[in-house]
Design a protein. Structure first.
Length: 558
């Protein structure tokens, strides 16, 4: 509940007598509010006689920010008479703006249905599920229960659509014209679900979805569920117990599956097998393995295999390898218990497989330790010839070496990542990453920082003999004695920097500061997008021990 929001409230009131009792309820939470009335005959065979519910301004996003927003109005009316006849209706309307899930909108525009019949043979008729421009489902159902029959009896419910467009549900999907049926049935103690949806016409990807599931003796069994798109498919099968340890088992098999056949997703040709089994009670445990048969992703060969076992506190037996083109990832070990470690290694020899204009190589590795709640990892990385501006590729011989560690800290609901690192750089050229200012920067650095609402960072940078904009790099290292002309800003971002020297040396009066109207004192804070120009050569003795150590506190970008 946000600041100033009204707490949720519920008021109840009872009236009438023991022959006919009424219960009235009113409630609200945020903008949502509603009223309900129940009429009861406490000593009748069927105590409930009438029910009326009216609710308005219901927004799922208010209760959970991860859910889409809507403005729902719900009306429910039901009546049971002395002859056991039932009548009633359900009507749900979304008065909020129309849109798709990726726009954080609820595509559902309306739901309604009529209830009739009696307690021995109920009917649900004129069912409409309206998704606006995406299409609609219509349907009906019935429940028939014999006089001495136990359980639900014989029941069936079916939905049908003649045209359904998945792009109206999520903007990244391709336009579709899907037709088909969804049916639910109950016979005795067995419930079944059957889905048959097929794309019709010439538009789209030939999407097909078929599934059959059965619930019997508290065991869910799915012999097969298959999604086909274009020339590829994904088949699922499995089972799950609803009682005891809630054991489950599932297998997924992808054959020539291409996500791009569904919508705005990467082109691929995925051939994979995934197996998982485990229990959900009294605590969840899972064992899984996967095999990536020869596949392609981002127009690169893709392969791999792996296995692991996991529970809420521990991951063990991890052994996985992935390869995308010339790039590989390897994981091996265990993690979560004292003394355990999980080693990881990334060899990025061809980064263009991930981004077409990216060049250079990246090799990095580390070890994960700690617990599931507070993991931490070491890392060592070497980047050679890294960049994405094609004109700088041929002359790019840069090297960046960095090592350090990062960890997850903070309490529940206020987690943040903290880290520290140090390293060296040689022949680093900002122009290789799109800067208008070329250079060849050499030096060493130490950095630390944290994420989260109270994010901050610190950098201790020592620049050795370097050039920037074809001039000695005085702008990058304030204590370099060579006088230079300050270059133009390298970005439009404004950082509030606090400058701390390692020794108590005052800044020479001859120093030219860009962004500060007067000579700063130490420490100095000033919003600026430019660095300090070099001090005159005469100040060399007093500047050689200074280091550039900005502590970033805030940032605004034009």
């Amino acid at each position: 509940m946000g600041p100033g929001a009204t707490p949720a409230q519920l008021k109840l009131r009872a009236g009438g007598d023991l022959n006919l009792t009424t219960l009235d309820a009113t409630g609200n939470a945020g903008r949502a509010g509603g009223e309900a009335r129940l009429t009861l005959s406490p000593f009748a065979d069927i105590p409930l006689r009438t029910m009326n519910l009216n609710a308005r301004n219901i927004d799922p996003g208010f209760f959970n920010p991860a859910l889409p927003t809507a403005d729902l109005t719900l009306t429910v009316a039901a009546k049971l008479d002395d002859a056991r006849a039932i009548s009633g209706s359900v009507n749900l309307v979304n008065d909020g703006p129309a849109g798709t899930i990726d726009q954080q909108r609820l595509p559902l525009r309306a739901f309604r249905g009529q209830l009739g019949g009696n307690l021995d043979a109920m009917r649900l008729a004129d069912v409409l599920i309206d998704f606006g421009d995406a299409g609609r489902f219509t349907g009906s159902g019935s429940v028939q229960r014999g006089k001495d029959e136990e359980g639900l009896g014989a029941a069936n419910f079916a939905l049908h659509t003649d045209r359904f467009d998945l792009k109206g549900i999520h903007g990244s999907m391709k336009p579709t014209k899907i037709a088909g049926d969804i049916a639910v049935a109950n016979v005795g103690k067995v419930q079944t679900l059957d889905v048959k949806l097929v794309e019709t016409g010439l538009v789209g990807s030939g999407l097909r979805l078929s599934a059959h599931a059965k619930l019997e003796n508290n065991v869910v069994d799915v012999p097969e569920a298959r999604l086909s798109a274009g020339n590829g498919s994904i088949a699922l099968s499995g089972s799950a117990k609803l009682l005891d340890d809630k054991a489950f088992k599932v297998t997924a098999n992808a054959s020539r599956f291409n996500p791009a056949a569904l919508g705005d997703y990467p082109q691929a040709d995925i051939n994979a097998l995934v197996n998982a089994k485990g229990v959900l009670a009294p605590a969840w445990k899972v064992n899984t393995d996967f095999t990536l048969r020869p596949s392609r992703l981002f127009d690169q060969p893709l392969s791999g295999r792996g296995k692991l076992a996991a529970d809420a506190k521990h991951v063990s037996g991890v052994d996985a390898d992935l390869a995308l083109g010339q790039n590989t990832v390897n994981l091996k070990g265990s993690f979560g218990a004292p003394g355990e470690s999980l080693a990881w290694h990334v060899d990025g020899r061809n980064l263009a497989a991930l981004r077409s204009d990216l060049y250079g190589a990246l090799l990095t590795n580390g070890v994960v330790t700690g617990t599931m709640a507070n993991p931490r990892t070491t890392f060592v990385a070497d980047a050679n010839g890294l960049g994405w501006v094609a004109a700088q590729r041929k002359a790019n011989t840069s090297n960046l070496h960095v090592s350090g560690e990062a960890w997850l800290a903070g309490g529940e609901g206020a987690r943040f990542v903290e880290g520290k690192a140090g390293g060296t750089m040689a022949r680093f050229n900002p122009a290789a990453f799109g800067s208008p200012i070329p250079g060849s920067i050499n030096g060493r650095f130490d950095a630390s920082g944290r994420s989260g609402a109270d994010w901050h960072g610190a950098l201790d940078l020592a620049v050795q003999d370097s050039t920037l904009a074809k001039s000695p790099s005085g702008a990058a290292r304030a204590w370099r004695p060579t006088a230079v002309t300050c270059p133009a800003p390298m970005s439009t971002c404004t950082w509030v920097r606090t400058w701390w020297p390692r020794t108590a040396v005052s800044a020479p009066a001859a120093t030219a500061w860009i962004g500060a109207s007067t000579r700063p004192s130490w420490p100095h804070s000033a919003p600026t997008t430019r660095a300090c120009c070099a001090a005159p050569a005469a100040s060399k003795a007093r500047w050689t021990r200074l280091r550039w150590r900005p502590t970033w506190k805030a940032r605004t970008c034009a």
